[in-house]
Design a protein around this ligand. Structure first.
Ligand SMILES: *Cc1c(COP(=O)(O)O)cnc(C)c1O
Length: 230
């Protein structure tokens, strides 16, 4: 069994160490615990070690955990691919959505965000490498998507997110940082267990860390979950 509170302490110390080394304020970087596939008990263990931000990438799993843990003041981040038939659940249970890559999805989230809740905090996922993944919008289409989101009252555009290819993450992180700066966006959701140093050095404000906190994930059987309309 992984020792979650120990792992959390280590990763927090690592974030501080990296920030210090690169002359960056360590409080600029928020730690998002990516809890996909983990049981609620693992999230509770992290919560008891002061973790509040949790990331999920399947809508149904988000709904289940958010309901089961509704008594805790958890901040839920949706970080996975978004199918249009899942936007209602995502709009209801998330505080943040990192993975918007189409205006249509933004419009659905805006419409379905319950009126008693504050605006959804959102990031646009950018396909910064133009190779490894099909998720994310091309940088050339970013202007139009920003304009789309800024016109939606129930979404608050915070920044950009990317999952770069393994080959040269540092270059991709720098490119994402430059894009965010160009568009006056302050949130940079980038960096995972394997590349947080490069991400923080490039100005990441949210690192999304799963394995280094919760240990390796079991193989997934989300039959059909990623085959819907994309
Ligand atoms: C799973 C996942 C992570 C975390 O990856 P680790 O390598 O386990 O830290 C980060 N971001 C996204 C979008 C993910 O799907």
């Amino acid at each position: 069994m992984p020792n979650i509170s120990h792992n959390l302490a280590q990763i927090r110390a690592r974030i501080h160490g990296i920030a210090k080394k690169h002359n960056i304020n360590p409080y600029n970087t928020r730690l998002l615990a990516v809890s996909k596939t983990q049981p609620a008990s693992a999230l509770i263990e992290a919560y008891n070690a002061q973790q509040r931000d949790f990331g999920e990438n399947y809508a149904q799993e988000l709904e289940q955990k958010a309901r089961a843990l509704a008594h805790l003041d958890i901040i839920w981040h949706f970080i996975g691919p978004i199918q249009s038939n899942k936007t209602r659940v995502i709009a209801e249970y998330s505080h943040w959505v990192h993975s918007i890559d189409r205006c249509k999805i933004a419009e659905r989230l805006n419409k379905q965000r319950p009126s008693h809740l504050p605006p959804l905090q959102v990031c646009i996922q950018v396909n910064i490498d133009d190779e490894s993944s099909k998720s994310g919008i091309a940088p050339t289409e970013l202007d139009a998507l920003i304009a789309c989101i800024r016109a939606l009252p129930n979404l608050n555009l915070r920044g950009l997110m990317a999952i770069p290819s393994k080959s040269n993450p540092a270059k991709a992180f720098d490119a994402l940082q430059a894009l965010a700066q160009q568009h006056h966006l302050h949130t940079l959701s980038m960096g995972m267990s394997g590349d947080i140093e490069e991400a923080i050095a490039a100005g990441s404000t949210i690192v999304r860390v799963g394995t280094a906190i919760f240990g390796p994930r079991a193989p997934q059987h989300h039959t059909g979950a990623n085959h819907g309309e994309q």
